[in-house]
Design a protein around this ligand. Structure first.
Ligand code: NAP
Length: 289
């Protein structure tokens, strides 16, 4: 039995779809949800819905009974993520889960002074706890989702004609979330991924300058990229009424990009999905053409 957590979210949803597409019988798939009403579509498909919350260890122990492979989708609650993940790993150990496939985050090196250390910290801890548990693992060290690019550059970019990010000339190896979920399904349904960590990145990294050039080319509009200081950027976002939480997140990602932390070359994703990952240009063309 495979259990997919986070299946009410985007990544988990795609992963379940890919498992079904690969011929896994619905009777061999279960999902974890915080509420039954959120998972009605799965019930209709004949998939077993287990109710559980990362904050509630006992609910996880109940949900993980009889599970062989766990697709552990990392929590979206960054501040509480480490504690929540510790519950998941402990419950997996207590119930005899045989293989954990964990959605981690790409990293070039472990740096305490990284702008995104606050995001990386819980992933590093979780990987360590999983290794210490002795359970067979596969770590999917996912790049930043390409799907988030329109949000980073501003939904009104065609009207404003300006992309503003304090990322300098830094590049990011962005990947479509759907393709990362497809890779997870491949790992769950094939052999040879035991105790491996895969950096899942797009080999064609892209800078905001290049993003601006591509959108200008496909839309026929003038689009320019400006890289202000972090302080100027944050002041501008505050002026637009962007919530502080987002300002912090966007700035951190941009600084990491500017420092070269989000650019990596690795072909694990291509090998897993059996084709070249969708490029940022293909993705942008679909949106802005
Ligand atoms: N690589 C990247 O660029 C990137 C970007 C964003 C996020 N992420 C990470 O990747 C994960 C999956 O991405 P996504 O796009 O699928 O995120 P998403 O759509 O926000 O889905 C998050 C999933 O986690 C579940 N979840 C949150 N807190 C939980 C808890 N306490 N107990 C049990 N389940 C809980 C949510 O359940 P509910 O439906 O009940 O809320 C939802 O199913 C995120 O959670 C985050 O850790 C990566």
């Amino acid at each position: 039995m495979i259990l997919v957590t986070g299946a009410t979210g985007e990544f988990g949803k795609h992963a379940v779809q890919q498992l079904m597409k690969k011929g896994v019988n619905v009777s061999d798939i279960s999902i974890l949800s915080r509420g039954m009403e959120k998972a009605n579509n799965y019930k209709e498909d004949g998939i077993t819905v287990k109710i559980g919350d990362y904050t509630n260890y006992d609910s996880l122990v109940k949900a993980f009974k009889g599970v062989d492979k766990l697709l552990f989708v990392s929590s979206s609650e960054i501040e509480n993520r480490a504690e929540q993940h510790q519950n998941v790993v402990k419950a997996a150990k207590a119930t005899g889960v045989k293989h954990i496939v964990y959605t981690s985050f790409m990293r070039k090196q472990e740096r305490d002074n990284s702008a995104i250390a606050f995001l990386q910290d819980s992933h590093l801890k979780t990987e360590k706890w999983i290794i210490e548990s002795g359970i067979t693992y596969t770590f999917l060290q996912n790049a930043t989702y390409l799907d988030m690019l329109p949000m980073f550059i501003g939904e009104q970019v065609l009207e404003t004609g300006v992309i503003m990010q304090p990322a300098g000339n830094g590049k990011s190896s962005l990947v479509l979330r759907q393709e990362l979920a497809e890779a997870a399904a491949v790992v769950l349904t094939s052999e040879g991924h035991e105790n491996k960590a895969y950096p899942l990145v797009n080999n064609q990294a892209i800078s905001y300058n290049e993003v601006a050039e591509i959108i200008a080319e496909i839309s026929g509009k003038d689009i320019t990229y400006q890289s202000p200081s972090s302080e100027e950027y944050q002041a501008a976002l505050k002026n637009y009424g962007v919530p502080d939480e987002y300002i912090g997140l966007f700035t951190a990602f941009s600084i990491a990009q500017s420092n070269g932390e989000l650019e990596m070359s690795d072909n694990s994703l291509e090998k897993l999905i059996g084709r070249k990952p969708t490029t940022a240009k293909d993705f942008l063309t679909k949106i802005y053409a």
